[in-house]
Design a binder for this molecule. Sequence first.
Ligand code: CUA
Length: 312
Amino acid sequence: MQNGSPFTPASTLAQPIAHLFVVVGMVMIAILLLVTALVLYASFRYRYRPGAREPHQEFGRRGLEIAWTVAPLILLVYIFTITVHAMHRADPEVSQNRLPDMLIVGHQWWWEARYLDSHVLAANEIHIPTGKLFLVRLESADVIHDWWVPQLGRKMDAVPGHPNLFWLEADAPGTYLGTCAEYCGAEHAWMRIRVIAEPQVAFEGWTAQQLAIPSTAAMSADAKDGEKLFQKLTCSNCHSVSGFTQDTGVGPNLTHIAGRETLAAGVRTNTPENLAKWLANPQAVKPESHMPNFQLTNEQVRYLTAYLETLQ
Ligand code: CUA
């Protein structure tokens, strides 16, 4: 279930796109084969032979010309019709008073997700309930990005100053992979998306868990030192941890960072070792990332890692 292939649609919004692609692809292959066969036939049949006379020359033949004008016309009208039909199915109209369920903001180089009902803040890993059309308002914090999770539907540009609405829906539970599909700078390749679709009950459980403030009661001494460093080193100017620091919207919200599968929008799997490497030198893990190298000591990295690992 974990792939990003447009040929295995997992949404009523993606099916018409995959179907259209296959139909138009087959038409194109048929035309390619026909033209190739005719060119090969003519090249062989009328090839140069010593002493042979020039083949019979003919100017214009009305029947043939009508045929090769009308046949492509019919084909194009057919493709136009099925395309318009697929566009309507892949992108149902949004009624005037329908409010978005979620705000997604493209940043260089990660995705911010804000659930407008529950106020859950997430990054890069986006949970949705299965079988429900989720309306997303897509924005950009800097340059043009492009949201694309091929199994779940159409692409949508994230344009600065021009919010776009699109529907997100998954028929079956699973993790659906996507990425930014508009070149947006050095780390364009590492703006990966994971959409985790789960049944309504599981989604509500996830929402409740995200809203809970991580308990600091059972923190180790290292983690407590890390929590102090988190503020002292100004981490909280960009990253917020609910119940502890203000929401900034600059860098990814870290309230439940330990519960995520990947780090830095998909660059590494989320393990304590990788988190420590990231903190020690983010530029070595994701060059040009806006996370600066704080020249942390090994000890500071250990404390901060211990702290962030408590944020389940
Ligand atoms: Cu964001 Cu490419």
